[in-house]
Design a binder for this molecule. Structure first.
Ligand code: PLP
Length: 384
């Protein structure tokens, strides 16, 4: 089932138009535009158990609409893309890694990616899978690709905001017979389209900017390799890490404002990054949208928007804590991508190789001049 918007060629329209229409079913008189969440553990099923809807762990109509929507955003107009939604980003990541790899295989992971990846690494190794790691920046993955079955990249990386050249790595990996998965959480499908860059999987936490309100946990895998996606689907069935219908519906509703949120938040992130760059103290600010940033060149080639996360380093842990305390419009909280700005001292978790004063700042949808004023005041007040 497609809708008339898709049939008319959704690839020809702008991101805002695509976002507000993504995944909507054909209009039906007296029915809502986006059908409400379907709460069903099972569906009427006389006779042979054929699909599409049999049991609620396998399929749900609310997921179907959302999966279609995400697929349209990740790969507009691209044939053969399948999207599966999960209970969280980690459920989606684990589904790819554990469905594609088995004992004796080798995988390449980033050594500077999301802080749960080292736990995943331990589990992969416990199952007899060899794990090699490489930093995200500088395409260092090329040196450890030989013999790998899967290359996992996270670009931009969280929280360091390094970027690697997806096309170049895909070419090298495919030449060696390895599949490539890209964690697209930070960029969102409006910022980067990994499948267009040649990747086999685009995987993301929808918990962040995709849904954008800090109230939903969600993940997804979009892929082009039919047999690989069959394994990912099978993994979802086995493990059962499925999203609730309410979460799936909330996520779909949030997609309608994705372009507005992303454009507003990312433009403000650029302004905050420039403010921090021009501050009289050297703050080591990182933002792929800054022309002087080490990530900027590749990011400009492969990204369409640079994200809403800015990172920088205050000289000490105490200064960073005072800064966070002094902010009035920015919550001290983890996660990122929400319409309400958040920031945190990343070192408090102990999982990232960052200095004690390292701050990850997620820029929300507040008025940029208010945010800039808040940041400037907090920097002043927290100085000794
Ligand atoms: C880059 C990245 N990937 C994956 C995840 C995991 O997502 P979730 O928290 O939805 O499981 C996160 C969470 O912060 C993340 O930042």
């Amino acid at each position: 089932m497609t809708n008339s918007f898709e049939e008319a060629g959704s690839e020809g329209v702008g991101d805002g138009t695509r976002a507000v229409r993504a995944g909507l079913p054909e209009p039906v008189k007296h029915e809502p535009t986006l059908p409400g969440p379907v709460f069903a553990a099972h569906f009427h099923l006389p006779g042979d158990p054929t699909g599409p809807y049999t049991y609620g762990r396998d399929e749900n109509p609310t997921w179907t609409h959302l999966e279609r929507a995400i697929g349209e955003l990740e790969a507009p107009g691209q044939d053969g893309v399948e999207t599966l939604v999960f209970a969280s980003g980690m459920a989606a990541i684990s589904a790819v890694l554990f469905s594609q790899l088995s004992a004796g295989d080798t995988v390449v992971l980033p050594d500077d990616g999301y802080q749960v990846l080292p736990l995943v690494r331990g589990q992969l190794e416990a199952y007899g899978i060899e794990v090699r790691t490489a930093p995200t920046g500088g395409d260092a993955q090329l040196d450890v690709l030989d013999g790998a079955k899967l290359l996992w990249i996270e670009t931009p990386s969280n929280p360091g905001l390094d970027v690697c050249d997806v096309r170049r790595l895909v070419e090298a990996a495919h030449a060696r017979g390895a599949l490539v998965a890209v964690d697209n959480t930070l960029a969102t499908p409006l910022g980067q389209r990994p499948l267009e860059l040649g990747a086999d999987f685009s995987v993301a936490s929808g918990t962040k900017q995709l849904t954008g309100h800090g109230d939903v946990l969600l993940g997804y895998v979009a892929g082009v390799d039919a047999s690989a996606m069959t394994s990912v689907r099978r993994w979802r069935k086995i493990v059962g890490a499925i999203p609730g219908p309410m979460e799936a519906w909330l996520a779909h509703r949030s997609l309608a404002t994705l372009q507005m949120r992303v454009d507003r938040q990312n433009a403000s992130a650029q302004v905050i990054a420039e403010t921090l760059r021009d501050w009289p103290e050297e703050l080591g600010v990182r933002y792929p949208g800054l022309p002087g940033d080490p990530s900027h060149k590749i990011a400009s080639q492969q990204m369409r928007r640079f994200g809403c996360v800015v990172s920088f380093t205050l000289p000490t842990r105490a200064r960073a804590d005072r800064f966070l305390d002094a902010l009035r419009l920015v919550d001290d909280a983890t996660s990122f991508g929400g319409v309400r700005s958040t920031a945190e001292r990343r070192g408090r978790w102990g999982g990232d190789a960052v200095p004690e004063g390292f701050i990850r700042f997620s820029v929300g949808a507040e008025d940029p001049e208010d945010l800039v004023a808040d940041v400037r005041r907090a920097l002043d007040e927290s100085a000794e």
